[in-house]
Design a protein around this ligand. Structure first.
Ligand SMILES: Cc1ncc(COP(=O)(O)O)c(C=O)c1O
Length: 397
């Protein structure tokens, strides 16, 4: 049977990571991988997570199955984190959350649920978007359509093009939006732009599907949820996939949630039943460990304070690397403008250099960047900034 299989293409990011690992140059820099790194270049376990793990080891008394929807306390805390403690939908009975295996698992459960509701559903994704959106959503069977998002030339969101396309989206289609810290561009919607999209969604009857994988890494936990919270106030239906990989540093523990807002509480009951049937078909039950830690942290004043403080430090480090890089390379001989890097949010931005400059950076200087020129700001640190800037200056000459 296996003779019918042909080899898959190497994922470009995995290929880049392998090349970086094999590179023996001391000054090599990895700006390709999509994980947070501290100033020493490590992806640490957050202190609140370590403390919660120590408590869990002491008090956990069973490894028996948990339900298909995961840990109910985790789900309640995630709802409050995403929507804010006092959001009216939390008391409406219209909203249901399931724990999911990471943001990716959540996205897939959402896609499968959409297909259960309507077989030939279509989802509109921005160009560009996180590359895994296409296999996760399209692989489930959703038809993919695109709206313009980022304009490489102006280094800004092509808001006119985006809104114009959204005004043509038919009733019942789905529109994927990034909650904050857009991956790969770092270009986020303003509050007014969120409000305008909400208005168009109401007029056209499309359903926004918000993917939020970086809450707290942009401006702040509440500010980063503006789009989710304002859309939930106005729209009859909404889907939100969220990930705890970055803001809790729980990458390998596969922790996330999928939330459905329905028009009525009766419909919400049907939706959650169908979503549980999807989960049952795909993986039966989500892994417990990460979700138990998140629930413990969000439910405990001291742990929560420690987590919020560390998350603030993460965010501030990213912002300071954005400012530092912009300040240091803005005055370059080629006159290339990098001011967008200072203004954008989250871990990523497009550097916006050409393919041959990218290749020179990698071959001659050992600086690894994916072909889209997306760079991970957290890959920059006090130990490599001078080398990065001098290398960039020499390729820009
Ligand atoms: C935009 C976006 N959505 C979802 C995810 C999925 O995260 P997870 O690792 O929790 O599956 C990521 C991860 O990089 C992401 O960047």
């Amino acid at each position: 049977m296996f003779e019918y299989l042909s080899a898959t293409k190497t994922d470009p990011i995995l290929g880049l990571m392998a090349a970086y690992r094999a590179d023996t140059r001391e000054h090599k820099i990895d700006l390709g991988v999509g994980v947070y790194m501290d100033d020493r270049g490590f992806t640490p376990v957050m202190k609140a997570i370590k403390d919660a793990e120590n408590r869990l080891v002491k008090f956990e008394n069973t490894k028996s199955y948990q339900g298909i929807a995961g840990d109910p306390e985790f789900n309640q805390h995630m709802l409050a984190l995403l929507f804010g403690e006092d959001h009216t939908v939390l008391r409406s009975g219209r909203i249901k959350t399931l724990q999911a295996p990471g943001g990716s698992g959540a996205l897939r459960v959402g896609a499968e649920l959409i297909l259960r509701a309507k077989k030939d559903s279509r989802i509109w994704v921005g160009t560009p978007t996180w590359p895994n959106h296409i296999p996760l959503l399209g692989g489930a069977g959703l038809r993919i359509a695109e709206y313009p998002y980022y304009d490489i030339a102006t280094r800004k969101i092509n808001i006119d093009g985006m809104l114009q396309t959204l005004r043509s989206v038919p009733d019942g289609d789905i529109v994927l939006l990034h909650g904050c810290c857009h991956n790969p561009t770092g270009a986020d919607l303003t509050h007014d732009e969120w409000d305008e999209i909400t208005k168009i969604a109401l007029e056209r009857g499309f359903i926004p599907y918000i993917d939020t994988a970086y809450q707290g890494l942009g401006v702040g936990l509440d500010a980063d949820a503006y789009g989710i919270r304002s859309m939930a106030r106005s729209l009859p239906e909404l889907i939100v996939a969220s990930s705890c990989s970055k803001n809790f540093g729980l990458y390998r523990e596969r922790t996330g949630s999928i939330t459905f807002l329905s028009e009525t509480s009766a419909k919400a009951e049907i939706v959650v039943g169908q979503a549980m049937a999807v989960a049952r078909q795909l993986y039966s039950m989500p892994p417990a460990h990460g979700a138990l830690l998140v629930a413990m942290i969000l439910g405990d004043t001291g742990l929560r304070r420690s987590w919020e403080q560390e998350l603030r430090e993460v965010r501030e480090r990213i912002i300071s690397m954005r400012c530092l890089l912009t300040d240091r390379i803005c005055e370059n001989d080629a006159g290339v403008d990098f001011n967008h890097i200072r203004d954008q949010r989250g871990m990523f931005s497009f550097l916006g250099i050409n393919a041959s400059q990218l290749k020179t950076l990698r071959d001659q200087f050992g600086i690894y960047i994916v072909s889209s020129t997306r760079i991970n700001m957290a890959g920059i640190n006090s130990g490599n900034i001078d080398y990065l800037v001098s290398s960039l200056r020499s390729v820009l000459k």
